[in-house]
Structure formats: C-alpha cells, structure tokens
Write a protein that binds this ligand. Structure first.
Ligand code: PGA
Length: 260
C-alpha cells in the first residue's frame, strides 16, 4: 500500500451533549492506543472543545464537521476556524452531503471554506458523492468530477498534501432525510471501485499521475465491521468516513482493525 489508511468518525448530531460525546471519545481513544492507524472523530460543535481536551494525549485526532469561510463576522449560527483550531482540530470535514443536500451548500461556498482551512493550516476532508437518481441517470462520474472541480478550484499541488477525499454515495449514507423510505445499504465493491477510479482519474487529469497516487480517498456510506474488510482491501480505497458505526468503540475499533 503506497498510501496510509485514514479513518474518520462523523458523529453528526448523534451525541447532542458534552457528557455523552466525551464518554464515547474516551472509550475510542483508550482502545485506539494499541492500534497504529490514523484516525479522527468529528463530534458535534457543542462538544468539540471538551472532547478535544479529553483526547489530547491520545493518538485519536479531532475534526470539525463544518466551518464558515469567514474567520469572524455577523454570521448567526456559524462555526469559526479559530474555534476549531482552539479545540485542537487537525481536520475539518467540508462539503458533506448533509451540508450540500440539506443545508444547500454549493461548490463555490465549499471552495471558499477549503481555501480558508488550508490558509490556516487546517487539513481538509472534502466529501463528494452522487444521489441515487444521479447514478441511475448515468451521471455518477459527471457529478463527482464537478464537485471535485468546483470544491478544489485554485488548490495547488502542494496544498493537496493537506487534503483527503471522502467519496460518499448519498444513497449509501445512513440518513433517513437524504434517503426517505428506501433501504439504505453500502455500495457494492464494484460500485465503490468504479467511483473511486473516477476520483483517482480526475486527479491524474488535473494534477498528474504521481499526485493522484498520493491522494487518499476514503469510502463512506454504511461502512460497518461486516463490510469494512472487503471495501478496505480494494486498491483505491484508503480508509473510511464512518457515521453510525463510529459512535461506539465496539463498532468503530473493529473497522480500524480490519486493515490488519
Ligand atoms: P453512515 O454515515 O456511516 O452512518 O452511513 C457516513 C457519513 O455520512 O459520513
């Protein structure tokens, strides 16, 4: 494997209080101490600072779930990059499908956030992915390439060292608002490979072969201990961005262990 695996736990708003978040973070940090892999959790902003304090001495890293592109100002309800840095975040998730599809974020806005993050020494996990209908219409490649082009506009080759891509097909994300009334399941190996190859190829075209081989592409969407091993053994899958199964050490840790 030329690239090191990277795993993230996207906690969304599943632990809405500081107390529940800190407890779960402690369990995961304790168990991660014996595993040599890069992993972060992204707690809700309410709990970020306290979770950061709890895991400070551990090898579990901290990530923000989102941030505003302006560092400060009259932006009611927003999260600042300085707040993320103060809490101890090394990464920030940008462009998650829930942000794009529920909160209306567009690539232009995500691109501004990417630049603000990179200019302030914050690493970015850029999330992309197509919906079920986009895939059914044969637009999977087009949608993902457009999101990459829009979100990474004017990002230099050097800056890409601080970017991880999370390919998350919207239809595989365990989210009843994004996928009302359908049975949600992870992408098959074939589907995941097809999409990861599209993403890798976009980097070949836009940055060249050697850069494309270095960029890490996580898979996200219903990754669990039962399907992780097979997904993670694929050449172009360099880790996972995990929602539901990252909430507890009992399910998150076995996913990380499945790369052994
Ligand atoms: P899920 O979420 O693992 O619960 O499907 C993944 C994500 O939204 O990042």
């Amino acid at each position: 494997m030329i690239r090191d695996y990277i795993f993230g736990g996207n906690w969304k708003l599943q632990y809405p209080t500081v107390e529940t978040s800190v407890k779960a973070a402690k369990d995961i940090a304790d168990q991660l101490s014996t595993i040599d892999v890069e992993a972060f959790i992204a707690p809700s902003p309410n709990a970020l600072y306290e979770v950061g304090r709890m895991i400070k001495e551990s090898n579990l890293k901290l990530a923000g779930q989102n941030m505003h592109f302006m560092q400060k100002g009259a932006f009611t309800g927003e999260v600042s990059i300085d707040g993320l840095l103060e809490a101890g975040c090394e990464y920030v998730l940008l462009g998650h499908s829930e942000r794009r599809r529920i909160f209306g974020e567009i690539d232009e806005m995500i691109n501004k956030k990417v630049h603000t993050a990179l200019d302030n020494d914050m690493k970015v996990v850029l999330c992309i992915g197509e919906t079920a209908s986009e895939r059914a219409n044969g637009d999977m490649a087009k949608v993902n390439m457009e999101q990459l082009s829009g979100s990474l506009k004017d990002v230099s080759e050097v800056q890409l060292n601080n970017i991880v891509i999370a390919y998350e097909p919207v239809w595989a994300i365990n989210n009843e608002y994004l996928n009302p009334g359908v049975k949600i399941k992870a992408a098959t190996i074939e589907e995941a490979n097809e999409s990861h190859a599209v993403v890798r190829e976009w980097f070949v075209k836009n940055y060249g072969q050697s850069v494309s081989e270095k960029i890490r592409i996580q898979y996200g969407g219903s990754m669990k201990p039962t399907n992780a091993k097979e997904l993670l053994s694929q050449r172009d899958i360099d880790g996972g961005l995990i929602g539901g199964a990252s909430l507890k050490a009992e399910t998150f840790i076995p996913i990380l262990n499945s790369i052994k």
